[in-house]
Design a protein around this ligand. Structure first.
Ligand SMILES: [Zn+2]
Length: 393
C-alpha cells in the first residue's frame, strides 16, 4: 500500500473515531435509578409537630393540572400576566416541585402518578390505587370517608378518568369504565362532576347504563347546577356532561363555575371536606402539541385557582395544593432575537416527558409540601394531615 493511501486511511479512521465520540456525547442516555431517594417519614412529622403545629387544615383541596410542567407555567406567565395583574402562581405560600417518575423509571402515566399522590406509594403504569405487586392501597378519600369528611371530585375530563379514579378506586384496568363507575357508585363520594367519553365503546357503558350505575348513589343534576335544598341538601350529587362540553372558559358551565358549585355544596355539609379538582385540558392539548388549546387551558386553570385562593383566604381553615401528575409534550418557551420579543413555542414529543413539575400550596399545612422530592411524598403529607385532623365528627 502506498504511503499516501496509508495516511488517508489513518486520517479517515481518526475522523470516524472523533465523529462517533461526538455523537456519543450528544446522544448518551442517562441511567436513572427508579427509587434511589430515601425519605424519612420523620421529616413530615417533625414539620407538623414542630414549626407548623396548630396549622392543620380542616378542609383540603387538591388541584391537579394533568400534563402541566414548568414550561406551561412559563407560557402562562409570559402570555397572560401583565405587570399590574397579580399572578395566581405567586399567591401560593409554598412554591416548589416534585419528580413524578413511576416506580419503574423516569416516565409515568397519570394513573401511576395520581396513585402515588393519593396513597403515598410509588407504582407502575396503569395501576389505579394498586401497588406494583397488585395490593390494594388505601387512598386519602377512603381515609376521609372513615373520618366522615364530605368529599367531591370535579374534572373537565370524563368521570371515570384515571387521575380522579386513582384517588377513589382500585383497578389495574384503566379502560374498564364500567368497573370504575361501579366502584364510584359503591363509595361514600358525595359529589362527582365530569364528562362522558367513548360512550358504548369497548368497556365504556352506554349513557343509559352509566346513569343507571351512578344513580345507585348520586342524584343526577342538570347543567344548571342547581343544588338540592332542604332535606335533600346532603344527598350525593353528580352532573354528567358530553365529551369536551366543559373544555374551557367558553363552555357553559366551565371549570371555575363547576368548582365554585362544588365548594358551595361541600361547605353546606357543615363538616370537614376533601375536594379533588382535575384540569385535564393541558394533557390532551399537549399530546397533540396544540398550543392554542394549551393557552385556553391555562386561562381556565388560572381563573379556577384565583377563585379557590379567594376561598382559602376567606375560609382560613382550608389547604389548597396545586400540582401536576407529569409534564406532557416536552414544551419549550423561546424567543427569537430576529422576532423579539415575540414568544415561540417548541414541542419535543407527543408523549409525557421526564420533567419535574410544579407543586404549590396555600393555607394551613402548606409547608408540609415545601420539602417534597417525589410524587409519593405528596401522598405522605396528605395522609399525615388527614390522619391528624379532628374534623368534628
Ligand atoms: Zn397524558
Amino acid at each position: 500500500m502506498k504511503s499516501w493511501k496509508k495516511t488517508s486511511l489513518l486520517t479517515t479512521l481518526i475522523i470516524l473515531v472523533l465523529l462517533s465520540s461526538v455523537y456519543y456525547i450528544f446522544n448518551m442516555s442517562v441511567s436513572v435509578p427508579s427509587s434511589d431517594i430515601e425519605f424519612s417519614p420523620g421529616q413530615v412529622e417533625g414539620k407538623l409537630n414542630g414549626v407548623y403545629e396548630g396549622q392543620k387544615p380542616k378542609n383540603i383541596i387538591v388541584f391537579i393540572a394533568d400534563g402541566m410542567g414548568f414550561s406551561h407555567l412559563s407560557l402562562a406567565l409570559q402570555t397572560q400576566q401583565t405587570e399590574n395583574t397579580p399572578s395566581v402562581w405567586q399567591a401560593f405560600d409554598v412554591k416548589g416541585w416534585h419528580d413524578p417518575r413511576s416506580l419503574i423509571g423516569p416516565l409515568t402515566d397519570s394513573e401511576a402518578s395520581a396513585t402515588a399522590m393519593a396513597t403515598g406509594v410509588s407504582t407502575n403504569f396503569g395501576h389505579i390505587g394498586m401497588s406494583n405487586e397488585g395490593e390494594t392501597l388505601e387512598n386519602i378519600f377512603e381515609m376521609a370517608w372513615a373520618m366522615n369528611y364530605a368529599t367531591g371530585i370535579v374534572t373537565d375530563s370524563y368521570v371515570w378518568d384515571g387521575t380522579p379514579a386513582a384517588f377513589t378506586v382500585h383497578t389495574r384496568n384503566e379502560d374498564d369504565a364500567r368497573d370504575i363507575l361501579t366502584q364510584l357508585a359503591n363509595s361514600d363520594l358525595d359529589l362527582l362532576f365530569g364528562e362522558l367519553e367513548d360512550v358504548g365503546e369497548d368497556e365504556v357503558p352506554e349513557v343509559e347504563e352509566t346513569i343507571a350505575i351512578l344513580e345507585k348513589r348520586f342524584q343526577l343534576l342538570d347543567a344548571s347546577l342547581k343544588l338540592p335544598t332542604g332535606d335533600a341538601a346532603t344527598s350525593p350529587v353528580a352532573v354528567l356532561f358530553e365529551e369536551d362540553e366543559i373544555q374551557d372558559l367558553d363552555s357553559e358551565p366551565n371549570l371555575p363555575e363547576l368548582t365554585e358549585t362544588a365548594l358551595e355544596y361541600l361547605t353546606n355539609q357543615g363538616k370537614a371536606f376533601l375536594l379533588l379538582v382535575e384540569c385535564e385540558e393541558m394533557d390532551s392539548a399537549s399530546h397533540t402539541n396544540n398550543t392554542d388549546r394549551v393557552v385556553k387551558g391555562l386561562q381556565s386553570l388560572q381563573k379556577t385557582l384565583a377563585m379557590l385562593q379567594e376561598f382559602v383566604e376567606k375560609n382560613g381553615e382550608t389547604l389548597l395544593i396545586f400540582t401536576s401528575d407529569h409534564e406532557t409534550g416536552g414544551l419549550a418557551t423561546l424567543s427569537d432575537y430576529n422576532n423579539y420579543p415575540n414568544m415561540q413555542v417548541r414541542w419535543s414529543t407527543n408523549e409525557h416527558s421526564a420533567a419535574v413539575v410544579p407543586l404549590f400550596a396555600k393555607g394551613p399545612g402548606a409547608h408540609c409540601f415545601a420539602d417534597v422530592h417525589r410524587n409519593w411524598q405528596i401522598g405522605d403529607c396528605l395522609i399525615e394531615l388527614i390522619s391528624q385532623n379532628t374534623p368534628g365528627l
